[in-house]
Ligand binder design. Structure first.
Ligand SMILES: NC(=O)c1ccc[n+]([C@@H]2O[C@H](COP(=O)([O-])OP(=O)(O)OC[C@H]3O[C@@H](n4cnc5c(N)ncnc54)[C@H](OP(=O)(O)O)[C@@H]3O)[C@@H](O)[C@H]2O)c1
Length: 338
């Protein structure tokens, strides 16, 4: 397994974290069934390899993901457990059949959700706590203000945001120190470059970038004709459908040529590109097996010089992807897309 000691600062007020974080969502069913023992082994392998940042959400498998992380931490060597920094999202309202009921960012929901998460994770504090989406009925000042109270009491160390736009970021940062914004950012999702990234840079806020492999689409491992279960995100993602998928896979084949010339993999090029976008960007890698994790960590050894970056951007121009990054109902929930 590739190891790393590389770190990046989570903004001017947040902690130093490993340059790549492990996103644990896929271990709780978002991309079809995951193997429990392999998920735990992947978290252990990540911690052993020097990954310190673990990202989760209380609604990933409705508590399943937090309990999985609890198990992995309990069964990891103490020294590794102590290095782990937990980033947790809350607010998504879902029923037992997986139906979505919007987002609750009210102060009571903030504190109740945190109390449950602390129990499920088996920890006395959460390192970064963030609303998964903006609750349109609750001013961001109230949501952030409630997390700030949890910071004062020691239950939370730092405040993060997720998928919000520049105005909301400014309002949140005027309320309390914000460590990072979590947002989808990849070779084929470059929307944040317009307004969000410059705002974050100005305010000293980092990015934990998700979807760096576009849910596997630009990993080099997806082929046309792959079947996804109805509960798999990819079964409904516009970018994975029909002609969109065929078009998007031609972009991947262009990337593959560059990867092969450099003797690396497509996923490593995509992750190395995200790392190259600035010191304030920490890619979250959605590996759920040790094999995928090892491949992702290998990206830390890939250097893209100016000529490489130009070739990558020529292979995958900024607006080249076909299809939106979410289905319409989920796009409508993104303050970052307004
Ligand atoms: N704030 C938000 O709104 C939000 C939204 C989504 C995710 N997130 C967070 O970000 C994390 C990462 O996001 P993501 O899962 O969408 O992103 P991703 O890393 O773009 O995609 C992950 C998928 O790519 C495939 N893959 C292929 N090669 C890989 C490799 N070498 N390393 C890792 N994955 C590889 C895997 O599928 P196979 O195993 O099938 O190959 C994996 O399930 C999540 O776990 C979650 O913590 C946050």
């Amino acid at each position: 397994m590739t190891t790393t000691t590389r770190t990046r600062a989570l903004g001017t007020t947040g902690p130093q974290v490993s340059a790549l974080g492990l996103g644990c969502m896929g271990m709780s069913g978002m991309y079809g069934e995951a193997d429990h023992a392999e998920s735990v082994a992947t978290i252990h392998a990540a911690l052993e390899a020097g990954v310190t940042l673990l990202d989760t959400g209380d609604f990933y498998g409705m508590g399943h993901n937090e309990l999985l992380i609890n198990e992995a931490l309990r069964t990891a060597p103490a020294a590794l457990r102590e290095n782990a920094l937990l980033s947790v999202k809350f607010g998504a309202q879902r029923g037992p059949d997986g139906e979505w009921y919007g987002f609750d960012g009210s102060p009571a929901a903030v504190k109740t959700s945190a109390a449950y998460s602390l129990q499920r994770l088996g920890v006395d504090h959460i390192d970064v706590y963030r609303p998964a989406r903006l609750d349109p009925d609750v001013p961001i000042e109230e949501t952030v203000g409630a997390i700030a109270e949890l910071v004062e009491k020691g239950y939370v160390r730092h405040i993060g945001l997720s998928e919000v736009g520049a105005d909301t970021i400014r309002r949140a940062a005027a309320t309390a120190p914000i460590a990072d914004l979590q947002i989808e950012y990849s070779l084929i999702s470059r929307g944040p470059e317009r307004e969000v990234l410059p705002t974050l840079r100005e305010l000293g806020i980092a990015v934990t970038a998700y979807g760096v492999l576009s849910r596997g689409l630009i990993s080099g491992h997806v082929t046309d004709g792959q079947q996804y279960a109805a509960t798999d995100f990819r079964a409904h993602s516009p970018r994975f459908q029909g002609d969109n998928l065929r078009h998007n896979l031609t972009l991947v084949e262009s990337l593959r040529k560059i990867a092969e010339e450099k003797g690396v993999t497509v996923a490593q090029i995509a992750i190395a590109w995200a790392l190259s976008r600035g010191e304030g960007i920490v890619p979250l890698i959605g590996a759920r097996t040790r094999g995928r994790l090892d491949e992702a960590l290998g990206a830390l050894d890939v250097t893209l010089d100016a000529a490489d970056l130009a070739a990558v951007e020529a292979a995958v121009p900024a607006d080249a992807a076909a299809g939106e990054r979410y289905a319409p109902a989920q796009m409508a929930m993104l303050d970052s897309e307004r």
